[in-house]
Design a protein around this ligand. Structure first.
Ligand code: GCW
Length: 684
């Protein structure tokens, strides 16, 4: 039976799956071949599109020709059932299908027929969305066989959603798109059609896993693991038809909080027994459950340190009870001292994850994944790539990025993060040789979701591009981010005139660098308002316990992280990078203040002094934001009014906020340094 494609309530934006994106497919005659629940999903999608655009869907191979054949075949290239598809000779190559795995597919076109052949049902689903992405191009000419398969098996979104509204963090911690898609009034939503539609959007960009609750696990969320697992099961049921496995964040103290035990010591037999029992319950309710996400010994969350145990002990205990069920534990590496004394210059938060985890390489179980933030601090607009990602060759490592724009404009500013993520994924920890991060992240790619129950999903409609880009980069980490953006534009705005396509590219392509220009300079980070992290406050975190300092004084600014005179962080990299970062002369400009404390008159590699660079980029950043606002205004006639208006309204706020950033940062450095702007512009 085909599934029923989820229908969005009036006013909810279809994002990158507007009905028109299915027009080319929906006008054709399609054979869907194979069986199983995800084939039913594919069948449902084609039925829906055909019903809308006058095509036809056929389930049994009878009669030819077809415009499109979507089929699941076995590893030998044979269709799942004997039939007379008549074109198997052209599949031939046994090896290819054998390598496809459950998620890959072969795409080809000859003799007027387009064929997607997968060896697993998930592959068929991704093949279907490949056809949707190609649009009319999928149905013309001849195409040699292309093999598509994801670089990594786990492409995940973590939701920091609270079940009950948190007094400080609200419903979604660091969420800028309304309430939770999953939880409302302290429980799982009764109506889950939108969750299913979310799964559909995610499948269309290649995401296959979702964690449904905050890694800061409060009382209500803790119970999801045991007595409230049926609520999670309902959500999992809504995501499953689109090939998405559900994961849960759990508290390390669960045996105490939920089980009434006196300890959560990972080496204690009763603790292990309690977890095994709990996990058994989870899999009884959700047989394809993905696993746990754990934030332990971090920002107040409990962890193995309490019992004098290592993080490998903690992760492995959970891995062990999950293993019989094919589950995975995602253990976060975000462990640092958040109660630091700002007077203490010997402690460097940037060092913490490496210092904690590098020595544990080789100790983690096969189904334990170490989940590492892309930078050593915390999702700043510019950070070096975390040295942890290259330091544990015998550990499965996952890369974690933030699609939610906590430090990058909170979905009030346009900040397309594709170029930043690409830079991280292409980074070679060993220098010239060796694998890139995109290859090293064998444990998967994870983004903190930027989605909520807002009608546009992401608050700022243009932030949809971040979610889409993440999914596609997770599938293919070396893909060109700009090509992904073009795909997003083509899907979101089918048959968009060139002026719209160009306008969207213009406002998105450079938006990350624009944001960087008017906020914290040269990799120094933070300078945000404490707590909510929106808007400028240059000294907001300067005397805080969070380990986030810039050390500006009358002579200079920046953090000395060199091995020779600083915290030694630079030495956590392999030789090539360690040497490059060690000296202010070779350190890349954009990271200079992350690695060095330099005088304001220090001349950058660009030839400009540090203070003049700060002034110039802050003026430029505001000009670029104003220019983007102007470009957007010129697209008013081409974009649906509500969409247009939401973006236009956010541009007003972005420009206001950028000005505030510019003037506070520039005034601060003028007052500290006493060095006037070389161009004589007004600084307050
Ligand atoms: O970026 C910081 C956020 C916290 C978050 C933490 C983390 C969920 O400010 O809100 O907590 O990172 O990644 O655990």
């Amino acid at each position: 039976m085909p599934i029923t494609v989820p229908v969005l309530r009036e006013g909810v934006d279809p994002a990158w799956l507007p009905p028109d994106a299915f027009r080319p497919l929906g006008a054709r005659r399609t054979l869907v071949h194979g069986s199983g629940p995800l084939v039913d999903t594919v069948h449902g999608e084609v039925t829906y599109a055909s019903g809308r655009f006058g095509g036809e869907v056929v389930r049994d191979a009878s009669g030819t020709p077809y415009d499109l054949v979507l089929r699941v075949a076995d590893a030998a290239g044979n269709p799942a059932e004997a039939d007379d598809l008549g074109d198997l000779s052209n599949l031939g190559d046994v090896g290819v299908l054998g390598d496809l795995g459950d998620e890959g597919f072969v795409f080809e076109r000859s003799d007027g027929t387009t064929r997607v052949t997968a060896s697993g049902q998930r592959g068929l689903l991704y093949g279907l969305f490949h056809v949707v992405r190609l649009g009319e191009d999928a149905f013309h000419g001849t195409r040699n066989r292309e093999v598509h398969r994801p670089a990594t098996a786990l492409r995940m979104l973590d939701h920091w959603d609270n079940v009950a509204v948190h007094p400080v963090m609200g419903q979604v911690e660091r969420g800028y798109a309304g309430g939770s898609l999953f939880w409302q009034d302290g429980q799982a939503r009764g109506e889950l059609e939108r969750v299913q539609a979310y799964g559909r959007l995610l499948a269309a960009c290649g995401i296959n896993a979702v964690s449904v609750n905050n890694v800061n696990v409060h009382e209500a969320e803790a119970h999801l693991l045991t007595d409230r697992i049926d609520e999670v099961a309902r959500i999992a049921g809504a995501l499953r038809p689109y090939g998405i496995r559900t994961h849960l964040s759990v508290t390390f103290a669960a045996p105490i909080v939920l089980g009434g035990l006196s300890t959560a010591d990972p080496l204690d037999e009763s603790v292990r027994g309690w977890w095994a029992e709990a996990v058994h319950g989870v899999y009884s309710a959700i047989p394809d459950f993905g696993g746990f996400v754990v934030k332990a010994d971090s920002e107040g969350q409990p962890g193995p340190f309490t019992y004098g145990r290592s993080h490998a002990d903690g992760a492995n205990m959970l891995a062990c009870v999950l293993a019989p069920h094919d589950g995975t534990v995602h253990w976060r590496a975000f462990v640092y001292d958040h109660r630091q004394d700002w007077r203490d210059r010997s402690t460097d938060r940037a060092r913490a994850a490496y210092d904690h985890f590098a020595p544990l390489d080789g100790e983690f179980a096969a189904n334990a994944v170490l989940q590492v933030k892309h930078g050593p601090m915390d999702f700043q607009v510019r950070e070096p790539v975390s040295p942890v990602l290259g330091a544990l060759p015998r550990t499965r490592v996952a890369l974690e990025v933030q699609a939610t724009q906590e430090y990058t404009g909170q979905q009030r500013h346009v900040c397309w993060l594709g170029p930043m993520w690409s830079e991280v994924l292409r980074f070679r920890p060993d220098g010239e040789q060796g694998p890139v991060i995109g290859e090293l992240a064998s444990g998967g790619l994870v983004a903190v979701s930027n989605v909520g129950d807002d009608p546009f999903w992401t608050g700022h409609p243009l932030a949809q591009a971040n979610l889409y880009t993440f999914g596609r980069l997770a599938w293919q980490p070396d893909a060109d981010a700009r090509r992904i953006l073009d795909e997003w534009i083509a899907l979101t705005f089918p048959s968009a005139p060139e002026r719209l396509v160009e306008g969207l590219r213009t406002v998105l392509h450079g938006s990350w660098r624009t944001y960087e220009k008017y906020t914290a300079p040269l990799g120094v980070g933070f300078m945000v308002q404490p707590g909510h992290h929106y808007g400028p406050s240059v000294d907001g975190y300067e005397y805080s316990p969070w380990g986030t300092y810039h050390f500006a004084d009358r002579d200079g600014v920046g953090v000395d992280r060199s091995a020779a005179t600083g915290t030694g962080y630079a030495a956590q990299y392999a030789k090539a990078w360690a040497e490059l970062y060690e000296s202010p002369d070779s350190c890349p400009d954009e990271l200079l203040l992350f690695f060095h404390h330099v005088p304001y008159g220090h001349v950058l590699r660009s030839g400009e002094t540090v203070v003049q660079h700060i002034y110039d980029t802050h003026f430029e950043g505001v000009e670029e934001a104003e220019e983007a606002r102007r470009v957007w205004a010129g697209l008013a006639d081409l974009v649906e009014p509500a969409w247009y208006a939401r973006v236009a309204e956010r541009y007003e706020e972005q420009v206001r906020s950028a000005l505030e950033w510019r003037d506070q940062v520039n005034s601060y450095f003028l007052r500290k340094s006493g060095i006037p702007d070389g161009q004589g512009r007004t600084i307050y």
